[in-house]
Design a protein around this ligand. Structure first.
Ligand code: 15L
Length: 270
């Protein structure tokens, strides 16, 4: 059984993946916050902005699912610390520890300034919609470098929004269910021919803005479609700011900060 490190395991995506992937891989979890682990899992508390911590958690694993970081638009300082320094440390520590494969949770916000009337695939030029999007592009660039220069196997998932249900009209286009993200992650861990791949982390949504043929080529067969929830979602939808409605990144294209769910979970604002 492969040993897989999940960074940022205490967050929502990490929690869904732990549940969905239990029994399939030996899971090593890390986060800067503590979490309650299952007896089949191991947990290492770590601050990935410190290279010594990054080296410790990446030692002896077969693959890394790198989720850890600042997860929304916000001030530069925490984004820089977690998503630039932290992400670099994970790639570099993986190289030093000879870890072959990294799956990186990049985001729809790396390409959030594409318009909603466009369908984009894995070959489009980046169009980040904020500092957070830029930090995700940085991670994608590291992935490209570490694949080309050091032969690392890199799987970049431009994730939409992982949730049991799509939250609003925008998410009808970018939603991914927990079981579909788990399927995509399993492909990233197990597919024999990954060298450097970009895929979109979205379910098989009828309103998708993505041509996700690269994921399909690698065997991805999403089981869910946000459309099944469209009636209830659209009932609650209020007309929005035209700028926000024009671009795929939504609110991120128009504001400097979005409430940070991780900070809220800790009972305070960052
Ligand atoms: C993301 O990249 C964030 O991590 C997540 O919290 C959501 O804001 C998501 O994008 C989204 O666009 O809905």
């Amino acid at each position: 059984m492969k040993t897989v490190l999940i960074t940022g395991a205490a967050g929502d995506v990490g929690s869904y993946l732990r549940r969905e992937l239990a029994g399939k891989y030996r899971l090593r979890l890390s986060d800067k916050k503590s979490l309650v682990k299952d007896k089949s899992e191991t947990f290492m508390r770590a601050d990935i902005s410190k290279m010594s911590d990054a080296l410790k958690i990446t030692r002896g694993v077969d693959a890394i699912v790198h989720l850890g970081g600042y997860s929304v638009e916000g001030p530069w300082e925490p984004i820089h610390k977690a998503n630039i320094v932290g992400c670099y440390n994970i790639f570099e520590a993986a190289r030093k520890n000879k870890v072959k494969r990294i799956l990186f949770a990049t985001s729809n916000h790396a390409v959030g300034f594409y318009r909603r009337d466009q369908t984009i695939d894995h070959r489009v030029y980046i169009k980040p919609d904020g500092r957070y999007g830029v930090s995700k592009v940085f991670g994608e660039a590291l992935g490209s470098l570490y694949s080309d220069k050091y032969g690392m196997q890199v799987f970049l998932m431009r994730i939409g929004n992982v949730n049991p249900k799509p939250l609003d009209k925008r998410r009808l286009s970018i939603w991914i269910s927990p079981r579909d993200i788990a399927q995509l992650v399993s492909i990233g861990i197990d597919h024999p021919d990954i060298r450097f791949e970009i895929v979109y982390g979205v379910s098989g949504n009828s309103r998708s803005w993505y041509d996700n043929s690269n994921a399909v080529r690698l065997g991805y067969r999403p089981q869910d479609n946000a459309e099944d929830f469209s009636r209830e979602v659209l009932l609650n939808e209020k007309p929005g700011n035209p700028l926000v409605e024009t671009y795929q990144g939504g609110l991120f294209v128009a504001v400097e900060e979005v409430a940070n769910p991780a900070a809220e979970r800790q009972g305070g604002k960052k």
